[in-house]
Design a protein around this ligand. Structure first.
Ligand code: HEC
Length: 109
């Protein structure tokens, strides 16, 4: 496992410094790093300690991507199934939609 989680934690803290209102579009990748990587991992495979502990979904799986609608993903982000926290009142709708796109980008062939 090495010291990857510590490094990812550091990366997760960076967006806080950069979240100035002047920034143009909402960066889904950055939000994903900030909120989701600790469980779902940078590549979505959820092969992190917490991913294992909580049985987090492998978001890169083509089959899962195919069987899941954008709306399902949005709902998961808002409500947080199982051990996942909900982000309905932590993130704006624009941020939630940017995260849906970031999750789509994790798809592996
Ligand atoms: C505390 C760990 C944790 C964090 C943080 C977390 N998740 Fe999850 N996530 C889970 C777990 C566990 C599941 C599987 C829940 C279940 O269905 O039993 C899951 C499931 C999902 C699913 C699949 C739902 C489905 O319909 O199959 C999506 C999409 C998802 N997470 C996206 C995200 C996004 C985007 C973020 C960041 C905003 C995030 N998660 C943050 C633990 C986490």
């Amino acid at each position: 496992m090495s010291n990857k989680p510590a490094l990812l934690g550091l990366l997760g803290a960076l967006p806080l410094l950069g979240s100035l209102p002047a920034l143009a579009d909402t960066d889904g990748q950055q939000l994903y790093r900030q909120h989701c990587v600790k469980c779902h991992a940078a590549d979505g495979r959820a092969n992190t300690m917490r991913g294992w502990l909580y049985f987090a979904q492998n978001l890169s799986k083509a089959k899962w991507q195919d069987n899941t609608s954008d709306n399902d993903i949005l709902e998961a982000i808002q409500e947080g199934p199982g051990a996942m926290p909900g982000y309905a009142d932590k993130l704006s709708e624009t941020e939630q939609l940017a995260l849906v796109r970031a999750v789509r980008d994790l798809r592996k062939p």
